[in-house]
Each structure stands twice: as C-alpha cells, then as structure tokens.
Design a protein around this ligand. Structure first.
Ligand code: ADP
Length: 306
C-alpha cells in the first residue's frame, strides 16, 4: 500500500572537501506532506537539488516513482514541480504573464494550466497588477503556481515559508493542505523553523550537517513532545475515580510513588482543589514536557536555528 514516491539511499555530495550530504537516506510515501527540517547550511537545498536532478551526487541513489534507471528518472521528473528558494519573477509583468513565460520555457502544452494554477493558489483575481506590487506571500504563491503548471504529483518546495508573515504562512499552509487533500499531491518541503511545519506535515526528517538524524511521523513526534501537568500527591488510590467522575479528565497516568501526569489539561488549581476536597494533598505541581522547538534544538544542536 505504502507506495514510495522518493527513495533516496546513501546520498553523499562533496563540494571541494566539504561533505554537504553525508550518506543521507530518505523515503517519501505517496500522499505524504514531508517536512525536511534542519538549520541553515544543513544541506536541505542540496538534497532537493539532488532529487530534482540539478545536482549530481558523488555517491548514492535516488529512486523516483519506483524507477531508478537514469533514462526513466529523467522521464519521471516531468511528474514533479519544484520551487527552490524564491521564485524568479519578472517584476514588471503580471502573474499570468510570468506563468506564460514559464509555461513556454518548460514546453508545457495548452494555456488552460495557467488559469488553473492561478486559481489553485488564490491569485486568479490579480488581473493587471504587476508582481512588483505583490506581497511576499503572493510572490511565493506565484512561485508555487509555477511549480504547479505541469499538474505535478510531487511538489518539492525549498523553504516556501521563509520570510513570510503569519498570514502568508497560513496561506501557504492552507494551499498545501488543499493540494494534498483534493489532488493527492505529495509534498516535500524544507524549513529551518520547525514550528512553521507542525500544522501540516504528517512526517518529518531532521537533517544536521548533511546527515539524517531522525525520520518520524507527526503523531510519534507529538507524543514525544507532549506537555503535561506533573503532580506528586500523598495518596493516589482514588485518583482515577476522582479525575474521571468529577473532573471528566480521561487522559492521565498514575506512576509509582504517587506521581500523577495529567495530559492536555492545565487547570492545576481546579485539580488541586478537587483533590483537597478528598483529603489528598498535593506536594508538587508543575507543567512539564518539551516544546517541539526544544526537541528540535536538542536533536540538531543549539545554534543557528534562526
Ligand atoms: P540548507 O538548504 O540546509 O541551508 P544548503 O544545501 O544550501 O543548506 O548548503 C549546505 C552546505 O553546502 C553549505 O555549507 C553551503 O555553503 C554548501 N554548498 C551548497 N551549494 C554549494 C556549491 N554549489 N558549492 C559549494 N558549496 C556549496
């Protein structure tokens, strides 16, 4: 069932003596929105370039849509849309004119794809407005429209959210979710800011110094980073009944030594008062758990995440 769209195995890229990608393997499944996360300089763009055929690795293999022979891979690349860094726009032209140029350069037949792409990214009403008057978010969406002209099954986006304000981030996030849901587009996107990706990705790959540190699903990830209220009490025997019946709390765990963890409920006062009513004393109470950003920082090291 889990059809792989990209299988990259043991990819190494060396520039002069600098090992930019170091034996890196990643697997992207059909329908994934895969977040490729790492600090600036970690090797994300280089890997996206390798997958798109713009950089030849020194070692390793890339399989696309189940094909690994060179001739076949070239053919399969027509099923991919790529946006690396900021889109190259002609600022004195409209969105439509820019798309028409790209369409011709890439030899994509028919002009229907232009209006369709503009519509998809929410730019169909920009009319005669020149792209120099577009917001950064609009420019970025136009870049994605360029990548969408060939109706790709796989979108490779390098830092598509970089530099956008919260509204711009939300627009891109909604667009990618829509493409994924309505068209089944598989998305591979990179970012150096993990929190920008947490609402869209179902899988993540963390890269540091050209190496893949961890590949993880979104639900494994949120389990690891779950926040909870830690309580040390003097008697935990009746706690399940009290929490469930009186407070309606179902998501909790009781550990030895009368340690209690209550997930996703941070009204400590309410819990403490209710326990006190049953003569249960609370010796310690604190909010615990790692934020996603903490987890990421721990994985890839502290500096250079901005
Ligand atoms: P990221 O996208 O994660 O910021 P990059 O893939 O752009 O990282 O860069 C990784 C490292 O490779 C950086 O140290 C960068 O300077 C180096 N690098 C990238 N492209 C080239 C190149 N064409 N020639 C030499 N070094 C390069």
């Amino acid at each position: 069932m889990n059809e792989y769209i990209i299988r990259a195995s043991n990819v190494t890229k060396i520039y002069k003596k600098n090992k930019v990608l170091d034996d890196l393997s990643i697997n992207i499944k059909k329908g994934d929105i895969y977040g490729f996360v790492g600090k600036n300089g970690a090797g994300k763009t280089t890997m996206i370039r390798v997958i798109s055929g713009l950089v030849i690795p020194n070692n390793g293999q890339v399989e696309l849509f189940g094909h690994s022979e060179e001739k076949e891979i070239i053919k399969q690349r027509s099923r991919i849309g790529v946006l690396i860094e900021s889109p190259a726009l002609y600022l004195n032209m409209t969105a439509k004119e820019n798309l028409e140029l790209v369409r011709i350069q890439r030899g994509i037949p028919g002009i229907k794809c232009i209006d369709e792409s503009l519509d998809l990214v929410g730019l169909k009403d920009t009319g005669k407005k020149k792209t120099k008057n577009f917001s950064l978010g609009m420019k970025q969406r136009l870049g994605i429209a360029m990548a969408l002209l060939n109706d790709p099954e796989l979108l490779l986006l390098d830092e598509p959210i970089n530099g956008l304000d919260p509204i711009g981030i939300k627009e891109i996030r909604e667009l990618l979710l829509k493409l994924n849901k309505e068209r089944g587009t598989t998305v591979f996107l990179s970012s150096h800011i993990l929190s920008e990706l947490t609402q869209i990705c179902n899988r993540y790959g963390f890269i540091n110094d050209g190496k893949l540190i961890e590949e993880i699903t979104a639900s494994e990830f949120s389990d690891k980073c779950r926040t909870y209220l830690h309580l040390k009490i003097n008697d935990s025997s009746d706690v399940p009944i009290i929490l469930e019946n009186e407070l309606g709390i179902k998501d909790y765990e009781v550990f030895p030594d009368n340690i209690l963890r209550v997930y996703d409920e941070f009204n400590g006062e309410k819990i403490t008062l209710c326990l006190a009513k049953h003569n249960i004393g609370v010796k310690e109470i604190m909010q615990m758990g790692e934020s996603l950003e903490d987890y990421f920082t721990k994985l890839v090291g502290g500096e250079g995440n901005e």
